[in-house]
Design a protein around this ligand. Structure first.
Ligand SMILES: CCCCCCCCCCC/C=C/C(=O)SCCNC(=O)CCNC(=O)[C@H](O)C(C)(C)COP(=O)(O)OP(=O)(O)OC[C@H]1O[C@@H](n2cnc3c(N)ncnc32)[C@H](O)[C@@H]1OP(=O)(O)O
Ligand SMILES: NC(=O)C1=CN([C@@H]2O[C@H](COP(=O)(O)OP(=O)(O)OC[C@H]3O[C@@H](n4cnc5c(N)ncnc54)[C@H](OP(=O)(O)O)[C@@H]3O)[C@@H](O)[C@H]2O)C=CC1
Length: 296
């Protein structure tokens, strides 16, 4: 299927250096792999050095691309500045940032401790604005037209129970995306976001939803396109948004969720009605119309 194939031409990201936070696992790893295939230099960072090292060496081998890793907790500004310094030392400059690192718990909110809420909000919101601010200062000072891609969620817009710290933080990231897109447009700096629906990853699946809970809810049934996302589909959109192919787009959030977020449509409950029932309903509506009844 085309959705498992790379979309941009070979070399589309040549001479670009892109930092991917949380690039050692899941969607971050898939985006990093595709950026490398398109010729970018990639810097992955997150807390766990052993995982970063393994991913960097795997991707170096599989893509032949230039990748380095730098351990970093995105809640720590000095560690973020170290990532940027190491990236500049290795590749000369930084052109793009994907804020992908996240933490999340599924839980009734009243069961969360203050620290649990802080943990998620600090990684998602604070981590994202720290990294964006550090790179923004560097870009403005060095007259570089950088590009930021923030990975949010569909519930950043709709809100959602049971993931409240994540929803609050992702909503903040979305507002930052739009606000800074306007403010930093004059520097040629662009910020965009992707709101993914369910994409199978170990981080989201195993840690967020224990198997017992997952078995109870068939996610595919909630999605109009009746499947979960393929990593390459997200990597294709990410590569487009981080590249100059999207040079006229800024402050935008693109939902990539097979239509899952549309479930709130007022008449969507009609999904349950069968073809036979529709035949009967149509006949009733037509006969009421033929009867010439006018509204009271
Ligand atoms: C087919 C069905 C599958 C459906 C799947 C659908 C998925 C849909 C996607 C929805 C949108 C997804 C958004 C995402 O963000 S997915 C990303 C998921 N990835 C992660 O969360 C990253 C992995 N997680 C971690 O690395 C860590 O868990 C985390 C960084 C978040 C926290 O680690 P840390 O070591 O910093 O934290 P502590 O363990 O010290 O805990 C801090 C406090 O938080 C409390 N805590 C921890 N876990 C929970 C929990 N599950 N529920 C409630 N509270 C929790 C912990 O007790 C600490 O607080 P206290 O000290 O006060 O006790
Ligand atoms: N998978 C899905 O269905 C969906 C995912 N998303 C978003 O996509 C992104 C990727 O998620 P996914 O790949 O599924 O999950 P993962 O758990 O694989 O990715 C999360 C990454 O964040 C890193 N991370 C966590 N805490 C920190 C920290 N303090 N500092 C630096 N890095 C940190 C982790 O690395 P380490 O532990 O080494 O620090 C890990 O690599 C997230 O932003 C998530 O919210 C949104 C909607 C749906």
């Amino acid at each position: 299927m085309a959705y498992n194939e790379g979309m941009l031409r070979d070399g589309a990201l040549e001479n670009r250096t892109i930092i991917v936070t949380g690039g050692g696992t899941g969607l971050g790893k898939s985006m990093a792999a595709y950026f490398l295939r398109l010729g970018a230099n990639v810097v992955i960072c997150s807390r766990k050095e052993d995982i970063l090292e393994k991913t960097a060496s795997e991707l170096r081998q599989s893509t032949g691309g230039k990748i380095i890793y730098v351990p970093c907790d995105v809640r720590k500004t000095e560690q973020i500045e170290n990532v940027i310094a190491k990236a500049v030392e290795a590749f000369g400059q930084v052109d793009g940032l994907v804020n992908n690192s996240a933490g999340n718990f599924i839980s009734p909110t009243e069961r969360l401790s203050y620290k649990a809420v802080d943990t998620v909000v600090d990684i998602v919101l604070r981590g994202t604005y720290y990294f964006t601010l550090a790179l923004g200062k560097y870009w403005i000072e060095n007259h570089i037209k950088g590009s930021v891609l923030n990975i949010v969620t569909t519930y950043a817009t709709t809100g959602s129970g049971w993931v409240v710290p994540s929803a609050m933080a992702k909503a903040g990231v979305l507002t930052m995306t739009k606000s800074l897109a306007f403010e930093w447009g004059r520097h040629g700096i662009r910020l965009n976001a992707i709101a993914p629906g369910p994409f199978p990853t170990k981080g989201a699946w195993d840690r967020l939803f224990p198997e017992e809970l997952a078995a109870k809810f068939a996610f595919e049934n909630r999605i109009p396109l009746a499947r979960t996302g393929e990593h390459q589909e997200l990597a294709n959109l990410a590569a487009y948004l981080i590249s100059d192919f999207s040079a006229y787009m800024t402050g935008e959030v693109i939902t990539l969720d097979g239509g899952e977020v549309l479930a709130g449509g007022q008449f969507n409950f009609l999904k349950e009605i069968t073809d036979n029932q529709w035949d009967a309903i149509e006949e009733q509506i037509k006969s009421a119309t033929r009867g010439g009844k006018s509204p009271e």
